[in-house]
Design a binder for this molecule. Structure first.
Ligand SMILES: Nc1ncnc2c1ncn2[C@@H]1O[C@H](COP(=O)(O)OP(=O)(O)O)[C@@H](O)[C@H]1O
Ligand SMILES: [Mg+2]
Length: 311
């Protein structure tokens, strides 16, 4: 089964597509089977970053049932280590017309894709669907840039993601699920208090769920004097949300990135020695280790479960 990884951020333009196109390419080059899915509604441009301008099929063909299987929308790049992508089209995730059934069908189909690593770009923002797709995966990556406005949006994104994680840890058992699901919460504390009221013991359950929510952080477009903002962000995340953000990498602001975009190539392909490329390659190696660790833990858990069954 594929390891699923989502990439999100609070704000558009932080460099999600850029980072993801490089991580996907490097993971594919290191010998893994990788499929990149573009669920970004704001700027579905993953295919363009690899020089594919007119994809024959996109995710919309699947959602509108013009093709039977999601695999019919996969495009393979033999020149990029066999990397596969499912191009988005911009209106695919439009919240208004994506029904619950469509979403379930999409999630089911995504988890059945035959690949080692499934990377999902969920786009920017905090819409219901964005957060749902972000939380659906095994591993989460957040991309932010270090400007104060991006950090603020990122904190807001993290807070809403955390609230959703806490809610989903006990909502499935609660009778009042619908009422709570539709309520708007302002803080995590409020959710935890409410959880305990609805179901004694739910606070602890939610806190446990949050302990395993450790989105990996990539800070992109890093320049001089950005350290302070990042320290503040980490402190706020730990103090108010109780979550720890492991560091996946800091990517410097680099004009080579702009050049690479104009050449329709990931920067790590165009110039592996550029500062941004070096940082991206390092981040992909780190991500590879996180993936291997996840696989090891998963198989250990399976062994434990099998042993328990035999007892
Ligand atoms: N490290 C970087 N250095 C310089 N420019 C960058 C860097 N990362 C991204 N950019 C530029 O920022 C813009 C937004 O990047 P993009 O990946 O499309 O963001 P997002 O997908 O988050 O909206 C692009 O024009 C891209 O070239
Ligand atoms: Mg993008």
């Amino acid at each position: 089964m594929a390891i699923t990884i989502s990439v999100g951020s609070g704000k558009g333009g932080t460099g999600k597509s850029m980072v993801l196109s490089n991580l996907a390419l490097q993971l594919a080059r290191s010998g893994r089977k990788v499929c990149l899915v573009d669920l970004d509604l704001g700027g579905p441009d993953a295919h363009i970053l690899y020089g594919l301008f007119k994809p024959k099929r996109t995710l919309t063909d699947f959602l509108n049932r013009r093709v039977d299987s999601i695999t019919d929308t996969i495009h393979t790049f033999p020149a990029f280590g066999g990397l596969q992508i499912i191009p988005g089209t911009g209106d695919t995730l439009q919240t208004a017309n994506m029904t619950y059934q469509q979403k379930q069908r999409l999630l089911r189909s995504l988890s059945r894709i035959d690949t080692d690593v499934l990377l999902v770009d969920v786009g920017a923002g905090t819409s219901y669907h964005t957060l749902d797709f972000f939380m659906f995966t095994d591993i989460q990556i957040c991309v932010t840039s270090p400007e104060p406005t991006a950090i603020l949006d990122f904190y807001n994104f993290l807070q809403l993601a955390t609230i959703r994680r806490a809610l989903s840890s006990f909502l499935s058992q609660a009778d009042v699920a619908k009422e709570i699901r539709e309520k708007k919460f302002d803080s995590l504390l409020e959710v935890l208090d409410m959880a305990e009221e609805v179901q004694p013991g739910a606070r602890e359950k939610a806190q446990l769920a949050l302990a395993t929510f450790n989105p990996l952080l990539i800070v992109n477009k890093v320049g001089a004097g950005t350290r302070l903002n990042l320290l503040k962000l980490r402190k706020m995340a730990s103090q108010y949300l109780g979550i720890y953000l492991p560091d996946l990498g800091e990517i410097p602001y680099d004009m080579k990135v702009y050049e690479a975009m104009r050449a329709y190539l990931p920067v790590s392909e165009l110039d592996p020695a550029a500062p941004a490329s070096k940082a991206l390659i390092e981040a992909s190696i780190k991500l590879g280790k996180v993936i291997d660790l996840f696989i090891r833990k998963q198989s250990e858990q399976q062994t434990i479960q099998e042993n328990e069954k035999q007892l």
